[in-house]
Design a protein around this ligand. Structure first.
Ligand code: NAI
Length: 385
């Protein structure tokens, strides 16, 4: 099957590489010729490095490279069995492009979007036959991150869902099916990793370095929240949070943080601007964490409790299966354990008590426990045991 990829930027290039490495002929289209050239030279470098490391043979590298045909003409998708769109995150632009795609592609062609924040239903509404729309959400970098969220919308047919899932599974990716709701699984469940860390800082409980230390050294996360926000970019991360917040009709659980907004306004984006929560300048000296175990444990417990509550609520609202939700967080954002398995280990009753104490102390809706957590504590049920 010929795979079409629309948009040759960060995500489109990565998705095209994955399809080509899995033996597909790929048509990669971007409006901008220079983007396509850059995508080609970057792929050549990646392939050369993989050959050098002995991960692939030079024949395999050549095959992957020759599998990708690049074009600025959208008509080049005329023989594709699927087109995955990864262009600018703008609904107006996407819907225009999808109705064009429907005209150009063969009848049974699946039309997929890699959108992170738009609803699949809204993109599908631009099609005459919206049963062929689906969300296929890769993580950055697409060739390295195993997780792919598969998002059927209310219009998607069973056939489209089955074929799309089978295809991505055949690329050795870990797929999870999730509901067409804001943030899908990962970007929804992960919100407190940033939000609660920012809140802890705002309350003066600890500084950035100490919160990061608690999450990495005590929690076992690969990166602390502030290092990760600096890596993602405070501008980007703030907008994702604000979008999720608005999409949930302003549920206070997802309220963005003034601290991050001010950092973003100041241009303190993080690594890419040389300064964020930490300083990345050549002679920068960052404050060392306060390695106080009792404080660190308190910070870790508070953030983990919020993450678990989000994961439990995602099960409660059928955003994905419990297996999907645990896989999503370990394979999409490298969490050291699935949050639901983690909750089983700690004890849901312990987590519920922490949340109830916070809720009683703060009187804020952000600490309201998921009804499923209460139910499971009452029945003594576990997620996986
Ligand atoms: P990017 O800015 O790197 O690439 C977008 C490309 O689309 C650009 O090369 C641009 O020239 C091209 N383009 C724009 N309009 C076009 C059109 N009408 N026809 C053809 N090409 C067009 O963006 P990126 O980061 O690759 O994101 C693409 C999509 O993937 C967005 O929907 C984004 O939300 C989503 N996404 C991004 C992730 C990330 O970490 N960057 C992760 C997962 C999803």
């Amino acid at each position: 099957m010929i795979v079409g990829v629309l948009g040759g930027g960060t995500m489109g290039s990565g998705i095209a590489q994955v399809a080509a490495q899995n033996g597909h002929k790929v048509v990669l289209v971007d409006l901008n010729e220079a983007v396509l050239e850059l995508s080609k030279s970057k792929l050549a470098k990646i392939m050369a490095r993989l050959v050098e490391k002995g991960k692939i043979s030079s024949e395999q590298a050549d095959e992957t490279k020759s599998n990708i045909q690049r074009s600025t003409d959208i008509q080049s998708f005329k023989d594709c069995g699927i087109v995955i769109e990864a262009i600018v995150e703008n609904l107006g632009v996407k819907t225009k492009v999808f109705s064009q795609l429907e005209e150009i592609t063969p009848e049974g062609c699946i039309l997929a979007s890699n959108t992170s924040s738009l609803s699949i239903a809204s993109i599908g509404a631009s099609l005459k036959d919206s049963s062929k729309i689906i969300g296929i959400h890769f993580f950055n970098p697409a060739p390295l991150m195993p997780l792919v969220e598969i998002i059927p919308s209310v219009q998607t047919s069973e056939e489209t869902l089955g074929s799309a899932k089978n295809l991505i599974d055949s690329w050795s990716k870990v797929t999870v099916v999730c509901k067409d709701t804001p943030g899908f699984i990962v970007n929804r469940v992960a919100r407190p990793f940033y939000g609660e860390a920012l809140r802890i800082y705002e309350e003066g409980v600890a500084d950035f370095a100490t919160i990061d230390w608690a999450m990495t050294e005590i929690g076992g996360f690969r990166m602390g929240p502030f290092t990760l926000m600096d890596y993602i970019g405070n501008d980007v991360n703030y907008v994702v949070t604000a979008t999720v917040f608005e999409s949930f009709y302003y549920d206070p659980r997802y309220k963005p943080s003034f601290t991050q907004m001010r950092f973003s306004e100041a241009g303190y984006y993080g690594r890419k601007s040389g300064k964020g929560f930490f300083d990345y300048g050549e002679n920068a000296t960052n404050v060392a964490p306060t390695e106080d175990l009792a404080l660190g444990k308190k910070i870790f417990d508070r953030i983990l409790m919020m993450l678990v509550n989000e994961a439990v609520d995602a099960v409660f609202l059928n955003i994905g299966s419990k297996e999907a939700i645990d896989l999503a967080m370990t394979k999409g954002v490298n969490y050291p354990k699935g949050l639901l398995s983690w909750a089983d280990e700690i004890g849901l009753d312990v987590i519920l008590k922490q949340l109830e104490d916070m809720f009683a102390e703060y009187g804020e809706d952000r600490y309201r426990p998921s009804p499923l957590m209460r139910r499971m504590v009452e029945s003594g049920e576990k997620f996986f045991a």
